[in-house]
Design a protein around this ligand. Sequence first.
Ligand SMILES: *[C@@H]1O[C@H](CO)[C@@H](O)[C@H](O)[C@H]1NC(C)=O
Ligand SMILES: *[C@@H]1O[C@H](CO)[C@@H](O)[C@H](O)[C@H]1NC(C)=O
Ligand SMILES: *[C@@H]1O[C@H](CO)[C@@H](O)[C@H](O)[C@H]1NC(C)=O
Ligand SMILES: *[C@@H]1O[C@H](CO)[C@@H](O)[C@H](O)[C@H]1NC(C)=O
Ligand SMILES: [Zn+2]
Length: 358
Amino acid sequence: MLNMVGLSFVALLLTVGASTLERAEYDYYKYHPMDEISSWMAQMEKDHPDVVTIVDYGKTYENRTISLLRIGLKTEAKKKAIWMDCGIHAREWIAPAFCQYFVRQILQTYKTDAKMETMMTNMDFYVTPVLNIDGYIYSWKDSSTRLWRKNRSPGPSGDCYGTDLNRNFDANWGTVGVSFNCSSNVYCGRGPISEPEAQAITYFVGSRKEDFLCFLTIHSYGQLLLVPYGHPDFTASNYDELMKVGRGAAEAILKVHGKNYTVGTSPDVLYANSGSSRDWARMQEIPLTFTFELRDNGTYGFKLPENQIQPTCEEAYSGALHIITYAHDKTFNGAAATAAATLWTMLLAVGVSGANLM
Ligand SMILES: *[C@@H]1O[C@H](CO)[C@@H](O)[C@H](O)[C@H]1NC(C)=O
Ligand SMILES: *[C@@H]1O[C@H](CO)[C@@H](O)[C@H](O)[C@H]1NC(C)=O
Ligand SMILES: *[C@@H]1O[C@H](CO)[C@@H](O)[C@H](O)[C@H]1NC(C)=O
Ligand SMILES: *[C@@H]1O[C@H](CO)[C@@H](O)[C@H](O)[C@H]1NC(C)=O
Ligand SMILES: [Zn+2]
């Protein structure tokens, strides 16, 4: 009898211990290896089953599953969508950290903030924390691979590895700012979307492109907001709008911790390039497509210290929210205005028929 009580007591302690462990706060201000990010994704879905769904939408070269979190409030209406991907370049560790922070923020905010609740009712957020999973895992292997950028597929002759996924999209592929030598960090691959990771985004986003109001792809470093196009001979039809919204986002960023982000096309503020996901998305008629180049401006570069994760995420969240809010309001306040106009017309019609009755 005493033994039974003793055992139950131990069992109780174990249970309490396990649930405490389970509830331990995920540390958003540390870099996490891929297995921890995958567990975090599963935990998000478990903790918010009514709002978060994991969607698998492709495989990497090494056959790992590429997944995103779809986040939104359930509704009967057809929803618009926001795209965000992180970790297309393996070494840019601050990017996956930002995607996770972004997810945490919107999931916390919508419960108390009516604007976020409205946006999550009208739109779904599609967030890929790590697109280039093989490369990300390789960048965690040891200090000699920490600065790996590309995916891990072998080149044509098998003596070099990796395609730059952000040169592999079907957007003026292979024209400027690329190499055809697979030893290069900007090797653009054997052809447009030759790489499974680029195919995954192309097919997933391409199959519902009219839903997406916004396509945000997160990189580091340089403190830049890049608008299409990377090719110097082409200008986006809504370039002025993109620059206006981008400058608004940069102002929002500046207000948070005083960091200066520069806004412009790649050729204007960085370098010309082709085959980027941002350019491809704009060519699919997704109106608001931006590349974020997060902190810093060269002091630590890709090895941004962990004590800068929080401020970097806070300011970038503010910038992203500016763009997302603009995209939402342009579509849905416009819709509200249309609904009001329709109602007004109906009232007038009733008025007219009323007059006829008299
Ligand atoms: C991925 O899986 C396919 C199908 O099972 C297989 O043919 C291929 O060799 C695998 N690739 C790698 C790199 O393991
Ligand atoms: C590709 O680049 C590597 C490294 O820069 C170089 O050694 C090699 O000769 C290049 N190959 C060709 C075909 O240019
Ligand atoms: C921000 O950068 C731009 C150009 O890079 C410069 O003209 C401007 O003075 C800077 N502003 C601040 C507040 O540092
Ligand atoms: C980043 O640093 C470079 C060189 O110091 C400078 O020219 C540039 O204006 C800086 N950019 C920002 C956004 O502060
Ligand atoms: Zn990058």
